[in-house]
Design a protein around this ligand. Structure first.
Ligand code: ADP
Ligand code: NI
Length: 206
């Protein structure tokens, strides 16, 4: 586990701040909180999958080579290696068309990762990602966009705030573990108050 941590740190730290090693550290913390309520889960497998889940993220690389190489070096049997690959494949949101999280370990990693996409951290990451892509903070017709299809959002959006409507505000209802659902509530409310405050400030309210 410690060896893998060291091996992945440099990879993540080449990504922008939305997916750097701090993201992995926070997802590990979320996973520990959920693991404490899920006695049947294989905790070590969850931790390994968290460490490796974004090394070959398609936003940063075209191939799964790094992920496969790192998994192959793990001192675990082939069945567990396959399970880690499966967990990673089921983590991504993929516009709501994600693969099912079949095992309890996959459910925990998915919820832990999604918790890091919402709340205060989710807000910070979204603007970090948007900044790295040179995007605007928000579009002028944000409210009109809630009526657009997801596909339209993706192709037309050039602003960070749009990401709240296309993904972040949907995540609360997509949590699959009991603890994850509970943890998502406060983070979700925090995003709603952020959006309300943003609107007020944009309008120069006193
Ligand atoms: P997933 O692993 O579920 O596919 P992503 O890696 O795409 O999730 O997204 C993780 C986080 O990166 C998002 O929650 C957001 O903070 C940031 N991000 C990703 N895509 C975008 C985007 N199009 N606009 C703004 N932020 C984004
Ligand atoms: Ni992630």
């Amino acid at each position: 586990m410690e060896n893998v941590k060291e091996a992945v740190k440099n990879i993540y730290n080449q990504f922008d701040a939305s997916h750097d090693f701090q993201h992995i550290e926070r997802v590990l913390q979320n996973a520990e909180t959920i693991l404490a309520t899920e006695q049947l889960a294989d905790a070590e497998l969850v931790r390994l999958a968290v460490l490796l889940h974004d090394v070959s993220d398609k936003k940063y690389t075209d191939s799964k080579d790094t992920e496969n190489q790192l998994i192959n070096t793990l001192p675990i049997d082939d069945e567990k290696k396959e399970h880690i690959r499966e967990i990673i494949a089921s983590v991504s949101f993929n516009g709501g068309n994600e693969l099912p999280a079949k095992t309890i370990e996959a459910k925990i990693v998915r919820d832990a990762d999604r918790l890091d996409a919402i709340g205060a951290v989710g807000i910070a990451r979204t603007f970090a990602f948007g900044g790295a892509k040179g995007r605007k903070l928000y579009d002028d017709e944000e409210e009109a966009r809630t009526a657009m299809s997801e596909e339209e959002y993706r192709t037309k959006s050039t602003a960070s705030v749009t990401h709240f409507y296309e993904k972040l505000l949907l995540l609360k209802d997509l949590m699959v573990t009991e603890k994850g659902k509970q943890m998502a509530e406060e983070r979700h409310q925090f995003m709603l108050s952020f959006l309300k405050q943003l609107k007020n400030e944009r309008e120069g309210r006193a």
